[in-house]
Ligand binder design. Structure first.
Ligand SMILES: *Cc1c(COP(=O)(O)O)cnc(C)c1O
Length: 417
């Protein structure tokens, strides 16, 4: 695909109007929306209004008059249709890590100590496995990790309490079959916990259709809620009211303003609210969800998925054609790939320095260390264009053939890579 073809595809793209709702610096090719989504143009004014009017003028009354107290549920209701859940089932709160802690504890309680294993993948995002280690330890259980997804079925037996997976792998972009794995886990008597960090807003997710048990996900990646945006949590309605989630704060109480000495869980997902919600951050996320309302009118998730597949396929094809020395580390079958593509380079090339050189040319992806180290590119369907794909591959080709990545400075690592 040349640049002209890319322009033609962008001209026909039904989601093209969405890009104008984002602030994207002129000349920048931003392929890191899977790590930090771009700023929606409406967000600064929305946050300013919350600060100046709701906080500044209306002060504490805003908990009622501006509906602050209902924001975690209200935003959850708006995320629900994008993940195959219903209104009332999703709560926006805390971080992905904290929500995972809550649902894993709940899942192990549901298993009543009968089973001693939490099963996940070694390649899962570290925080997921770290949290699982701690929760398993508290329940006298253990975390058992598989090296490849193909090994998962062999661990789904009478010892498995919980299968905890990230739907789209943060490194490879490999996407699991949620329905199939959930069914296999449940047939073995286990519960299925899904992390949707790299899925929500980017790929189709059907929690109820898959009959999943619990799910968590991230607000600052494809949902564009801003750095450190609150995350979300979902539990299948069949589990509601069965056990306590472990962070029994006052806002998860059935009657928080009764100020009773004893804890009584609120019904439904409200129980997962621990403390006071971060209203400024929720305001930012709420304005980001407005863009998804427009996306729904332009074709919804089927249009988002179609564009995501088209972008990642175009990127892989362009890399194959232009860069024979580069390996595509993501699945080549679109059905098994999320909205990102990972590449690896020959061993003598410093992958980190290549990404820095790319960024200096205005193409922003990211570097993920490991075996092998990866260049990672996210293709947020809401604002990425086909021309971005062409420009990114051309820039990568230029960095590699020129050897520019060897220039001093590109090796220096910041605290965040
Ligand atoms: C991004 C991501 C997280 C982030 O967790 P935080 O609690 O927000 O730091 C967790 N899990 C996965 C799989 C992720 O991709």
């Amino acid at each position: 695909m040349n640049r002209h073809d890319a322009e033609q595809l962008d001209a026909q793209d039904p989601l093209a109007p969405l890009r104008q709702h984002f602030h994207l610096p002129e000349g920048l090719v931003y392929l890191d929306g899977n790590s930090l989504g771009a700023l929606p143009k409406a967000t600064p004014d929305r946050v300013r209004r919350t600060i100046k009017q709701e906080w500044g003028q209306d002060l504490i009354g805003s908990w009622n008059t501006a509906g602050w107290i209902d924001m975690p549920r209200r935003l959850g209701d708006r995320i629900a249709p994008w993940i195959g859940a219903r209104a009332g089932e999703v709560l926006v709160a805390d971080s992905t890590s904290v929500n995972l802690y809550k649902v894993l504890h709940a899942a192990l309680q549901l298993q009543q100590g009968q089973r001693k294993r939490v099963v996940s993948e070694r390649s899962n995002f570290p925080t997921d496995n770290y949290i699982a280690q701690s929760v398993a330890r508290a329940h006298g259980s253990e975390l058992v990790l598989v090296d490849t997804p193909e090994d998962i079925p062999s661990l789904l037996d009478e010892r498995c309490a919980v299968l905890m997976l990230t739907h789209v792998n943060y490194r490879s972009g490999r996407m699991h079959d949620m329905g199939l794995l959930t069914r296999w886990a449940q047939q073995a008597g286990a519960l299925a916990v899904w992390d949707l960090a790299h899925s929500a807003g980017a790929v189709p997710v059907d929690l109820l259709g898959s009959a999943a048990d619990f799910a968590v996900g991230c607000g600052y990646k494809y949902l564009n809620g801003g750095p450190g945006a609150p995350a979300f949590v979902w539990a299948h309605p069949r589990h509601q009211g069965q056990v306590w989630q472990p962070l029994t704060g006052w806002l998860g109480h059935a009657a928080p303003f009764a100020f009773t000495p004893d804890y009584q869980p609120a019904p439904g997902i409200q129980q997962d609210q621990c403390g006071t919600p971060p209203i400024l951050a929720l305001a930012a996320l709420e304005s980001a969800l407005d863009v998804f309302d427009i996306a729904r009118q332009l074709g919804g998730m089927s249009a988002i998925r179609a564009k995501s597949v088209a972008l990642t396929e175009a990127f892989i094809a362009a890399v194959d054609a232009a860069l024979p020395q580069v390996r595509v580390e993501s699945p080549r079958a679109s059905a098994q790939r999320g909205s990102q593509v990972a590449l690896s380079l020959p061993a003598e090339v410093d992958t980190y320095a290549v990404m820095q050189a790319l960024i200096s040319r205005g193409v922003v992806g990211d570097f993920r260390d490991g075996e092998p180290p990866l260049l990672r590119f996210g293709f947020t369907p809401l604002y990425t264009r086909h021309t971005d794909v062409v420009d990114a591959v051309a820039a990568l080709q230029d960095v590699l053939t020129s050897g520019d990545w060897q220039a001093p400075g590109f090796q220096r690592k910041g605290k965040v890579t």
